[in-house]
Write a protein of this length. Structure first.
Length: 302
């Protein structure tokens, strides 16, 4: 019996979300700060916001294990229908109350969407920082047990081994679901925000969950006026805000507020897309060209 090939192109922003930001010709208008010469270009959802084997574990024999990508795909399949239902109801003016299971799914999806994108992976698990953690682990091993053998030391310096260690460390970190973080999501108020101004729209970015608010530098989820925003369509965003378990709705017509939100989304991302070329082009100056590097603690905390 013929077996299907494991998925190779791993979308870090799911295609079901990207489809909600297309124009009438079913394309996105994309800007990527790594390919400035292209300017704003039209593209299908299949060809953007992905990396080859981003979530695959690497085996010693060279095989790629896509188990995490398959887990993400299962979560996305469950989430796609819920997002559609919420958006349809919001556009009809219906104030839908989420069940406990639906709210848990929204919380998990938002958390993983915040965590799984390359912009964040590279900012919290940078090569230099991971290398320092590995070197510290080797020193601790030698101090506690014994010196590495010549063969073990040679293996630890092998570029192929390092690529496998780096990839698998990142995959393991992504697969870990923090009960503490999920607990904070569950305590948050959940709001559905709908744009009613026909001349405005949300953009989707390579780091699609963005943070607003914070007092005196405290931007932790659940504190004061901190909010996590995730646009799920050109006119709809999910928002986790200050602690309150209720679901609420808001309609926004103010173009300046919407512009501010889009600029924040772009500033933490290297790629943005929207349903309108002019909208994407207007935010080019806000798109990040380089993102902050992590501390060793940030990388180890994952």
């Amino acid at each position: 019996m013929k077996t299907s090939k494991p998925p190779a192109d791993h979308h870090f922003v799911p295609q079901f979300l990207l489809r909600n930001f297309r124009d009438e010709n079913e394309v996105l208008h994309v800007y990527d700060s790594r390919t400035v010469h292209r300017g704003v270009f039209p593209e299908t959802t299949k060809k953007v916001f992905f990396e080859s084997h981003l979530y695959s574990k690497l085996q010693k024999q060279g095989e790629k294990d896509p188990a995490l990508e398959c887990a993400f795909s299962a979560m996305e399949s469950a989430m796609a229908g819920l997002v559609k239902d919420i958006c349809d109801d919001a556009r009809k003016g219906k104030r839908r109350s989420l069940s406990a299971d639906e709210r848990s799914l929204v919380d998990l999806f938002s958390y993983m969407q915040w965590k799984r994108v390359p912009d964040r992976i590279n900012a919290t698990m940078h090569d230099d920082t991971l290398r320092a953690i590995v070197d510290d682990s080797i020193l601790e091993f030698e101090k506690t047990y014994r010196p590495l053998s010549d063969a073990e030391r040679a293996e630890s310096s092998d570029p192929a081994v390092w690529r496998r260690v780096r990839q698998n460390a990142r995959t393991n970190a992504l697969a870990n679901i923090s009960k503490t973080v999920m607990g904070e999501f569950a305590k948050c108020a959940f709001m559905i925000v709908r744009i009613t101004n026909p001349r405005c729209a949300f953009v989707i970015s390579s780091n699609p969950v963005f943070r607003l608010g914070g007092i005196d530098g405290d931007t932790r989820l659940g504190h004061q006026n901190v909010e996590l925003w995730l646009p799920v369509a050109s006119d709809i965003a999910f928002v986790h805000g200050p602690r309150n378990s209720r679901t609420s709705y808001a309609e926004v017509n103010d173009s300046l507020r919407i512009r501010k939100w889009n600029a924040v989304a772009a500033s933490g991302s290297k790629m943005i897309a929207s349903k309108a070329k002019a909208l994407t082009a207007s935010l080019i100056g806000s798109v990040a060209t380089d993102l902050p590097q992590p501390t060793k603690k940030q990388a180890s905390d994952g």
